[in-house]
Ligand binder design. Structure first.
Ligand code: ZN
Length: 385
């Protein structure tokens, strides 16, 4: 902290006129350090509100997933209900066939019964008035006995057939009862499926309400995030204006003869000016060049100079800034650790820190910036892997 103060004093001495000019024009906060803390505060608020937004989005997508699973269950039950309806229809037609069979059997029984009655009546008539005629027409007593025996046998046969038919009818009726029972069971099952279906529909309705509520919340939160983003952008602009006013002013003539700041080529993941997505937040106009490299890879000073800043910062993480003189400065961010002190002189190629993923970063990489008179330049114009 005391080192930072000494640099701040140096800046104040060098750039006093510029600071006064800025203060007069912008009507900015009283202390210079306020620009940085105001920006950090705004970024912190943006981060918190973005996290809330993501939380709401997560809740919404969870509700949507649950709804999907409920819809799946409902469609399974619907197909089960349809299957039950088919089976009930099937039972109904089986019952109709059965009822027809019973009716047919009844007709058979009735016909047979009326034949039987006719025969019995004929026998009765014969018994009452035709006995003498039968006796006379009979050739012998043997004939007569046989005749009577035959009649008895016919009667017996008729009775057997009728009994048999009645038994068949009873069996058909039993079968129909069984069919009716099956149908009743199917209808009960169908009813229970339908009540499940109704329950699911009610839950899905609730889920729809939750989803639209979350959607409304997400929209409202998106506005909050946008406002915070605008505030953070404005705070950053003011901070940058302040940094620019503090930076050594020069011709930028010594902005040549840089070396690649790593011992390996690494992999350039984001170019200067590109858009990037960090933890779901899209930002445009990337301020430097991102080079992916393993954690702990040494970071070299790209040029001779004096360490002007070593600090922990929420976006940059562990960051080192080197004042290379003549208005030129270089910045190295997201370090796992810093190897230099403010005010220290470094030669090109000196280790100033190690690759890490501190600050607002999603993986181990070096964020490298080149600034001339505080204005960020495309590092590609100065270094190549
Ligand atoms: Zn970067």
């Amino acid at each position: 902290m005391s080192k930072s103060k000494s640099v701040a004093w140096k800046w104040l001495l060098c750039g006093a006129a510029a600071v006064c000019a800025v203060s007069l024009c912008v009507g900015a906060p009283t202390a210079n350090a306020d620009y940085k803390s105001a920006w950090e505060q705004a970024e912190q608020e943006l981060k918190e509100e973005t996290a809330k937004y993501n939380q709401i989005k997560n809740e919404k997508s969870k509700a949507e997933q649950q709804k999907q699973s409920l819809e799946n269950q409902k469609s399974i039950i619907t197909s089960q209900v349809n299957e039950a309806i088919d089976q009930i229809n099937q039972k109904n037609s089986e019952i109709a066939i059965q009822q027809q069979a019973i009716a047919d059997k009844q007709v058979e029984i009735d016909n047979r019964w009326s034949d039987f009655q006719n025969r019995m009546q004929a026998m009765q008539v014969m018994h009452d008035s035709g006995a003498v005629a039968m006796i006379t027409s009979a050739q012998s007593i043997y004939d007569l006995l046989t005749y009577s025996d035959t009649l008895q046998q016919i009667a017996k046969k008729d009775t057997e057939v009728l009994e048999d038919m009645n038994a068949q009818k009873a069996e058909l009726q039993q079968e129909e009862e069984k069919l009716e029972q099956d149908k009743a069971e199917l209808e009960a099952a169908k009813q229970s499926l339908e009540s499940k279906q109704a329950q699911l529909a009610a839950i899905i309705q609730q889920q729809n309400e939750t989803i639209s509520q979350k959607e409304a919340e997400a929209q409202a939160q998106q506005e909050v995030v946008a406002a915070k983003q605008a505030k953070a952008d404005e705070a950053e602009k003011q901070y940058e204006a302040w940094v620019k006013s503090q930076a050594t002013v020069g011709s930028g003539q010594c902005a040549e003869g840089f070396r690649w700041p790593l011992p390996i080529a690494g992999r350039v993941t984001t170019e200067f000016g590109a858009s990037q997505n960090i933890n779901g937040v899209i930002s445009t106009g990337h301020s430097g060049m991102d080079v992916a490299a393993p954690a702990g890879t040494p970071i070299y000073a790209a040029h001779d100079g004096t360490i002007s800043t070593t600090t922990g910062h929420w976006t940059y993480g562990n960051v080192v800034m080197v004042d290379n003189g003549d208005g030129v400065s270089t910045l190295y961010a997201h370090m796992s650790s810093i190897a230099v002190r403010v005010g220290q002189s470094v030669k090109q190629g000196d280790v100033i820190g190690y690759v890490g993923s501190t600050g607002n970063s999603t993986g181990n990489h070096l964020h490298f910036e080149v600034r001339i008179n505080g204005v960020r330049q495309n590092p590609r114009n100065y270094v190549s892997p």
